[in-house]
Design a protein around this ligand. Structure first.
Ligand code: AMP
Length: 206
């Protein structure tokens, strides 16, 4: 699983790491946003929380994670789950052997994440993540991969980013101690390529 504040690079890392490890990724935020777009029952239930940057209740999230894990018994890379101690305890109880759980912690400063999130744009078509300052698309406002118009997430405004960071500090940062034994700490202030290089070095040392 990937742990770290919003904007620490979990999404970018999840894409490259899942290819490298050959496992399915479960991005809780994407699953919730897809449900909102589809106007499903789940979407209606979580819309207000997601758009305001508040956490969705633990039962809903645990049911989603459990369902995904059951469908992928060979292994899953979780991005954005768990986010509370209750969710973390739920994940532990779902994993059969203790050494089956690995936690990568992307440690990034508030300055780094605010600067990344305010200039982040995402492709609603294929999920590619851009940054108007560090990784702009080739053609302004359009995805390089699929040509879809890029959007700014509703919760990527400065005010909501500040709230999301406070929620992270209060609810999720305690997971760093909770998972102390399983934790691989990586400097999330580095570029995506550098982060992947470090993790590959740790997971498959030469
Ligand atoms: P993210 O895309 O990971 O930044 O998540 C966007 C939003 O989805 C969060 O601000 C929460 O409202 C909700 N969310 C995502 N993952 C979780 C989780 N594990 N627990 C509760 N809420 C979540």
């Amino acid at each position: 699983m990937l742990l770290g504040p919003p904007g620490s690079g979990k999404g970018t890392l999840a894409t490259s790491l899942s290819e490298h490890l050959g496992v399915a990724v479960f991005v809780t935020g994407d699953a919730l946003r897809a449900a909102i777009d589809a106007k499903s029952k789940l979407g209606e239930k979580v819309k207000a929380d997601v758009e305001a940057g508040r956490l969705v209740d633990d039962e809903t999230i645990l049911a989603l994670a459990q369902g995904f894990l059951a469908a992928h018994p060979e292994g899953v890379l979780f991005d954005g789950f768990p986010r509370t101690i209750r969710q973390a305890a739920g994940l532990r109880s779902l994993v059969s052997a203790e050494d089956d759980l690995h936690v990568i912690y992307l440690d990034a400063s508030e300055e780094t994440i605010t600067s990344r999130l305010t200039s982040r744009r995402v492709c609603p078509g294929c999920g590619e993540i851009y940054n108007m300052r560090f990784k702009p698309p080739k053609k302004d406002g359009v995805c390089d991969n699929c040509g879809t118009t890029l959007i700014r997430r509703k919760d990527d405004t400065e005010e909501v980013i500040r709230d999301r960071y406070q929620v992270y500090l209060r609810e999720t940062a305690p997971l760093v101690d909770y998972f102390a034994r399983e934790l691989l700490r990586v400097d999330g202030n580095l570029s995506g390529d550098k982060v992947l290089e470090r993790i590959r070095g740790e997971l498959c040392p030469a």
